[in-house]
Write a protein that binds this ligand. Structure first.
Ligand code: COA
Ligand code: ZN
Length: 215
């Protein structure tokens, strides 16, 4: 069997494989450290796969954290944004089973765009001012980076990071913006990468240690 590898795909090819990408996305975030398989609609607490779909919280059954149809729609919407790029990792050249993903698009920190990044409008404007950016200044927003649990810890995340960033369109802007948490390996991938090193430009100081990285 061949080693898993990462390469960039045309958006149309990725859209053809949307069901596999969505299913992997749900699986990646349902696993540790996120454990976002289910959530309680009352207290908004999240639960891992182990609790099962008939688990009750606050007197009600939990619901899917990333409902299939809604998540498929959201991923499709993101992949069709301006200058979107995607890299996928497959486990072996013959079966091409998708085991990892990374994607992003070109964006700016306009007030109305805040929801693209799950920043509040105030945060988006604050980060924009801190970086000295104007409404028209664009960057590649690296939105997602994920690998099936079984494929982690062998450098494939780093490869996905580099592959999607190599594929981005540098005609208009070379800048890269990413949001992650200090605890994630994504943080060490991005801040220690020899090709595309990012710097911490903002710390949210919440219990997840969320940070904004920029180059
Ligand atoms: C983020 C993710 C794709 C990283 O993939 P990976 O292939 O395991 O990472 P790599 O093997 O390329 O390791 C990258 C770096 O993180 C380090 N690392 C690996 N596991 C780590 C861990 N549990 N905690 C902290 N650092 C870790 C590695 O030492 C490596 O650093 P180095 O290159 O300086 O030695 C993977 O962990 C994942 O899918 N996590 C769940 C989804 C997620 O959190 N995505 C990011 C959300 S912003
Ligand atoms: Zn609850």
């Amino acid at each position: 069997m061949n080693q898993p590898n990462a390469k960039s795909y045309e958006i149309s090819e990725a859209v053809d494989r949307l069901p596999s990408i969505t299913s992997l996305y749900r699986d990646v975030f349902a696993s540790p450290p996120w454990n976002e398989a289910y959530r309680c609609t009352t207290c908004e607490k999240s639960f891992g796969k182990d609790v099962g779909s008939d688990y009750n919280c606050c007197g009600n059954p939990v619901v899917d954290y990333y409902p299939l149809e809604e998540t498929t729609g959201r991923i499709l919407e993101q992949l069709t944004r301006t200058k979107a790029r995607i890299a996928l990792a497959t486990n072996d050249a013959s079966t091409e089973k998708i085991v990892g993903f990374s994607w992003g698009w070109e964006d700016s920190l306009k007030d109305k765009h805040a929801d693209h990044f799950s920043f509040s409008s105030d945060e988006a404007l604050m980060i924009r001012d801190m970086l000295g950016l104007f409404d028209q200044d664009t960057f590649f927003y690296l939105s997602e980076l994920g690998l099936h649990e079984s494929q982690r810890g062998k450098g494939l995340g780093k490869k996905l990071y580099e592959t999607v960033l190599e594929a981005r369109d540098r005609m208009t802007s070379a800048a890269i913006l990413m949001r992650t948490t200090k605890k994630s390996p994504a943080f060490s991938i991005a801040t220690r990468n020899p090709l595309f090193p990012l710097k911490v430009v903002h710390e949210f100081r919440d219990d997840l240690d969320r940070v904004v990285l920029y180059s």
